[in-house]
Design a protein. Structure first.
Length: 312
């Protein structure tokens, strides 16, 4: 049996930080930030666990189930609330879930990693999974560093994935990492994010294009077969460069980074949830997910959208 997404949800902190706030205290401007990143504002506040719970509740409500119906919880995060235990343990308890829970850290590619892992585990031993991407990057960002402070925000997104779909849920996927790129983007324990922006941009575009070409080829698909592209929300110029190369128009692309900034593991499920809420997805649509992050990790997948045949 395949799987199917039966519910989704998201969570953003109430506090909104606009570009004007950075313009007032840093050597930058709204025009500079927007032209180079596409970001106009970001949400800041809360803990990773709190945001994960809010997004999880919303996804459960959307799916028409409660926590006891979940026997697998996978939390993709780069910013756990503690070194131990895993943040997923507290989220699992608050939501009243049963079964298994664990954290997964693949940086900004984490949600796609988590979704693929959950789909495989549903095939084997579990029936219904809650997959969450949640991060509070503001906690590890130097707010006085204009090169990084304007980029990152906090948030969470979640989906309920159920075994029993009539068709394959994941048609193809590509997960990878190039550890030699670790020095380009990292944060030490107790420290702030350090990033070599130009080189990250160059490598990210190349890695994402190659990953997308692999998953489309493995699935026997072309760009025209994709109903919606949901990329990692890091930088508008990266998204535009990737779209131009793979041949997907921007009007078939889910974009939220202008309102959220880069939320790492949360960015893809946030964009996916917003697209679903806006009615941009129909039963059977093929959706392309793709992200890249510190490591350097990358992850792409083609999924089939819809609740068709999901078991209750």
């Amino acid at each position: 049996m395949g799987s199917a997404i039966t519910g989704w949800g998201d969570a953003l902190p109430e506090r909104v930080v606009t570009n004007a706030e950075f313009e007032a205290r840093l050597d930058t401007s709204d025009e500079w930030i927007v032209s180079r990143t596409g970001i106009r504002e970001r949400h800041v506040g809360g803990t990773t666990g709190e945001l994960a719970v809010k997004a999880g509740w919303a996804a459960l409500k959307s799916a028409g189930v409660d926590g006891t119906d979940i026997d697998l919880l996978v939390l993709a995060t780069t910013t756990p609330d503690r070194a131990a235990p895993a943040t997923s343990a507290a989220v699992h308890d608050t939501l009243g879930c049963s079964g298994t829970a664990f954290d997964l850290n693949a940086a900004c590619a984490g949600f796609v990693y988590a979704l693929v892992v959950a789909d495989h585990l549903l095939d084997k031993t579990h029936r219904r999974a809650l997959v969450i991407g949640a991060d509070t990057l503001s906690r590890i960002t130097d707010q006085e560093d204009r090169s990084t402070a304007v980029l990152f925000g906090d948030g969470a997104g979640a989906v309920v994935l159920e075994r029993g779909g009539a068709d394959d849920f994941v048609l193809s996927y590509d997960l990878g990492v190039d550890g030699s790129a670790t020095p380009l983007l990292y944060a030490d324990h107790g420290g702030y994010i350090k990033m070599a922006g130009r080189e990250v941009y160059r490598r990210a575009v190349r890695a994402e294009i190659l990953s997308i070409e692999r998953v489309l080829g493995d699935a026997g698909l072309g760009a025209d077969d994709i109903a919606l592209f949901v990329p990692h929300q890091a930088n508008a110029r990266i998204i535009e460069a990737v779209n131009e190369r793979i041949g997907i128009p921007m009007d078939k692309t889910a974009i939220v980074l202008d309102r959220t900034g880069n939320t790492s593991s949360a960015s893809i499920p946030l964009a996916l949830a917003h697209a679903a809420d806006a009615g941009r997805l129909s039963e059977g649509d093929l959706v392309l997910l793709s992200g890249f992050g510190a490591g350097m990790t990358w992850a792409s997948a083609v999924i089939r959208w819809g609740r068709r045949g999901a078991g209750r």
